[in-house]
Design a protein around this ligand. Sequence first.
Ligand code: CP3
Length: 343
Amino acid sequence: MNLFLNCINGLKVERPPIWFMRQAGRYLSDYRETRAKAGSFLDLCYNSDLATEVTLQPIEKFGFDAAILFADILLILDALGVDVRFVEGQGPVLEPVRERKDIKRISNIPAIHEKLFPVYETVRKLKKELPTNVPLIGFAGAPWTLATYLINGKGEQGSLTAKKFLIENNRDFEKIINLLTDATIEYLIMQIEAGADVIKIFDSWAGSLNADMVLRYSLKPIKKIVTEVKKKFPKTPFIVFPRSVNTIYSSFCDENCFDVLAVDQFLDREWISKNIQPSKIIQGNLDPIFLTQSKEILIQELKQVTQDFKKYPYIFNLGHGITPDAKVDNVELVVDFIKGLKF
Ligand code: CP3
């Protein structure tokens, strides 16, 4: 056992465990070097030696308490046969799927494993190379967030194209959500079989749904995924990140099958400590913008976050992923600060 798993399992821990979303990324020169060696971002994701290397970089450099598999939430769409590209300076660009014939074309779920085999290899390699006290987090995108990229063809503010599709073509939309739910169940089972210790589900675009839609198309499919995977692996903890859903976090809190709720930086910490922390371990919520600031400003914010959350055990993390302009020294400072805390 170790600090991170002990904290998730409600055992006594001496300080909050710490890891960062996107801890392997462009803010690190080592990452940029390995990525250049790989060629494209997708080549890096599918090269299990290099993906292992970049996963380990932040563990060795900063001593985070958990590692996250280096991959991307969009790989599963690529594996289903969607044309996915990462365009420099633009982010992901996909061939949009909106027609019934296209949905049918990408419905061969068992076929995903051949393409995703290198990801499972990365998990196996990491389990051999990681120190035993550093667990490995596997992950997937939630069906709604995957559907937004699939339907919009890119990341789109407010996910309006996908949201209109949800309203105007509800039957086809539900087909897409069900397909992505079933594929994700299979994908996560394979990650756990390969050795992932914990699973995180990212619903990065959940905040673009209205409250009733969040329940139907964010919470419900995530619950199905967690329930189905736990039938096979009841001991694998799940971290769920319904980003920006505001007070609907309470509904996620009510679900027993979710082990940890990752909270974004927009949610009021006082509200979190009153409404979420008594019944769920939380993970969050330093705004990544503070990693771009002076040490003084960063420390001030760190003191505030740790003060606000300290009544209950929690996992220290950011409210969203590290940005490329984060200062490396600041990342080191945060890790040292958290490691110096005592509950
Ligand atoms: O260190 C880690 O966190 C592990 C690897 C990881 C990546 N993406 C690597 C990555 C994880 C867990 C993700 C999840 C992911 N990918 C999410 C959910 C979390 C979130 O940020 O909300 C989403 C929405 C994606 C889709 C995605 N991938 C986008 C929108 C982009 C472009 C944005 C950007 O920062 O340029 C990516 C690319 C990506 N995924 C990078 C990395 C390190 C940058 C790629 C590069 O090297 O150019």
